[in-house]
Design a protein around this ligand. Structure first.
Ligand SMILES: NC(=O)c1ccc[n+]([C@@H]2O[C@H](COP(=O)([O-])OP(=O)(O)OC[C@H]3O[C@@H](n4cnc5c(N)ncnc54)[C@H](O)[C@@H]3O)[C@@H](O)[C@H]2O)c1
Ligand SMILES: [Zn+2]
Ligand SMILES: [Zn+2]
Length: 384
C-alpha cells in the first residue's frame, strides 16, 4: 500500500509499505478515505518528539471504511464508515474508566504519561498512523465511531482531533460567564478553542498569532479579536492593557513546542534541543493571565524538561490544566453540536493533496504557505 514514510527531520515521502494485518482479535483494519496533517505532526516532522523512528507512518486524524475485523470485535462490521479518535484506548483500565482516554494505561508500554496515539512515535506507543491507504486500529470496539448518515465526512474527519481538542481547551479553562479568554495560536486547534470559548459563556475572546491570514480567518470564524504578536513590543504588556491591567481570566496555550517569538526559547528549545521545545506561548500565557486565573494547555511539549516560569505560577496562585484531548468522552456532545450547526469544522479545511504529494503537503502546512490552515490527504484507493 501507499503510506507516508518518515525519513528523518523535515524529510517525509510517500512509499510502498506492507499492508497492516490483524494482530489481535480486537483489531480492525480500516481503509482510509481521508486523513489530515496536524500541528502535532509538525513536532514529529521537526524531530522534536523523542523516539520518532525512521520508517514510521504518521497520521492520527483519519476516517475510513472498515475492511476487516478481528474475531472478538462486536460493534463494527465490514463496510462501516468510521471516524477514529486519535487516542488509542483500551476502554477498561483505571484511567479509561475515568474517561481519561488520552491517558490509557494499557495501549502504550511507555504509559507513565500519555496513552498510545496513532502515528505518534514510540513515545506514544509506536503504532503506525492513518496517512496511508490502510491502518490497523487496536481496541476497535472502543474508539471508532460510526459516522452518522447525515454528517459530512469532512466534519467527521475533524471530529477525530481538532474539534474535541479545541473544545477541551476551552473546557479545561473553566470559563465562567463573561470571562475574558486569550487563546495563543490561531492554528486549527486555537481557532476551534476560540469558537468553543463562546459555548462556555466567554464575554470576550482574544487570539494571538503572527500569521495575518490566520488572524483574519479566526476573526471571522470565531467572531473574536485577533492580534499579531510581531507587531507588539511586549505581548504580555499589550494583553494587560487590554484587560484593565488585571490580565485575562483564562489563557489557552494552543501552540506547543514549535512556538516562535522568543530567541532564547527558540535556540534552547528548537535548535539545541536543551529543553523539550520552545515554551514561549506558555510563558506568555502564565504572565498575562490574572492572579488566581487558569491556564489551559493543549499545545504539545515533549518530555521532560522545559524552561517555564514556575515561580510566577506559584506567586500568582494559578491553576494549570493540561492534557491530550479525551476524544471519545467528548464525541457524543460534539456530534450533536456539529449536526445542529453550532460548530462548522469543515470550514477549516483549505487544502487537499493526493497522498503521493505528502512531502509537499508537510512543507506547505509547516511553513504556513499558501494561506494553509488545514490540509487533507487523499489516498489513491479513495479517489476512484
Ligand atoms: N492536546 C491535544 O490533544 C492536542 C491535539 C491536537 C493538537 N495539539 C497541539 O495543539 C497545538 C496547535 O495545533 P495546530 O494544529 O493548531 O498547529 P499549527 O501549527 O497549525 O498552529 C500553531 C499556531 O501557533 C502560532 N504561533 C507560533 N508561536 C506562537 C506564539 N508564541 N504565540 C502565539 N501563537 C504562536 C503559529 O503561527 C501557528 O499559527 C500543537 O502543539 C499541537 O501539537 C494538541
Ligand atoms: Zn492532531
Ligand atoms: Zn485504558
Amino acid at each position: 500500500m501507499l503510506a507516508m514514510n518518515y525519513r528523518g527531520p523535515r524529510r517525509v515521502r510517500a512509499d510502498q509499505k506492507p499492508e497492516p494485518k490483524i494482530l489481535h482479535p480486537g483489531d480492525a483494519i480500516v481503509r482510509v478515505t481521508r486523513s489530515c496533517i496536524c500541528g502535532s505532526d509538525i513536532h514529529l516532522y521537526q524531530g522534536l518528539v523523542p523516539d520518532t523512528r525512521v520508517g514510521s507512518t504518521f497520521g492520527h486524524e483519519f476516517i475510513g471504511v472498515v475492511e476487516e475485523v478481528g474475531s472478538s470485535v462486536q460493534k463494527l462490521k465490514v463496510g462501516d464508515n468510521v471516524l477514529v479518535p486519535f487516542n488509542i484506548a483500551c476502554g477498561e483500565c483505571v484511567f479509561c474508566k475515568q474517561e481519561l482516554y488520552g491517558n490509557c494505561h494499557e495501549s502504550n508500554s511507555q504509559a507513565t504519561a500519555v496513552g498510545a496515539i496513532f502515528g505518534y512515535s514510540h513515545t506514544a506507543g509506536g503504532f503506525d498512523g492513518g496517512q496511508a491507504e490502510y491502518v490497523r486500529v487496536p481496541y476497535a470496539d472502543v474508539g471508532p465511531t460510526v459516522i452518522p448518515e447525515e454528517m459530512d465526512h469532512d466534519d467527521a474527519l475533524l471530529l477525530t482531533d481538532v474539534v474535541p481538542t479545541g473544545y477541551q481547551a476551552a473546557e479545561m479553562g473553566g470559563i465562567k460567564k463573561g470571562d475574558t479568554v486569550v487563546v495563543f495560536g490561531a492554528g486549527p486547534v486555537g481557532i476551534m478553542a476560540a469558537r468553543c470559548a463562546w459555548l462556555f459563556g466567554a464575554g470576550r475572546v482574544i487570539v494571538i498569532d503572527r500569521e495575518e491570514y490566520r488572524l483574519e480567518f479566526v476573526r471571522n470564524y470565531a467572531s473574536c479579536e485577533a492580534y499579531n504578536f510581531e507587531e507588539m513590543d511586549d505581548v504580555v504588556l499589550f494583553l494587560k492593557k487590554q484587560t484593565d491591567w488585571f490580565g485575562a481570566d483564562v489563557c489557552i496555550d494552543a501552540v506547543g513546542a514549535d512556538a516562535s517569538g522568543n530567541l532564547l526559547q527558540t535556540i534552547t528549545g528548537k535548535k539545541l534541543m536543551m529543553q523539550a521545545g520552545s515554551a514561549t506561548a506558555l510563558h506568555w500565557a502564565i504572565n498575562s493571565v490574572k492572579k488566581g486565573g487558569i491556564i489551559s494547555i493543549v499545545g504539545v511539549y515533549g518530555p521532560t524538561d522545559n524552561l517555564i516560569p514556575i515561580g510566577n505560577v506559584l506567586n500568582k496562585g494559578l491553576t494549570i490544566r493540561a492534557n491530550q484531548a479525551s476524544v471519545k468522552r467528548l464525541l457524543p456532545r460534539l456530534i450533536e453540536h456539529v449536526l445542529a450547526g453550532r460548530l462548522n469544522p469543515k470550514a477549516l479545511i483549505t487544502h487537499r493533496f493526493p497522498l503521493e504529494e505528502v512531502a509537499e503537503a508537510y512543507h506547505i502546512f509547516t511553513s504556513k504557505l499558501d494561506n494553509c490552515i488545514k490540509p487533507v490527504l487523499i489516498p489513491p484507493s479513495a479517489r476512484n
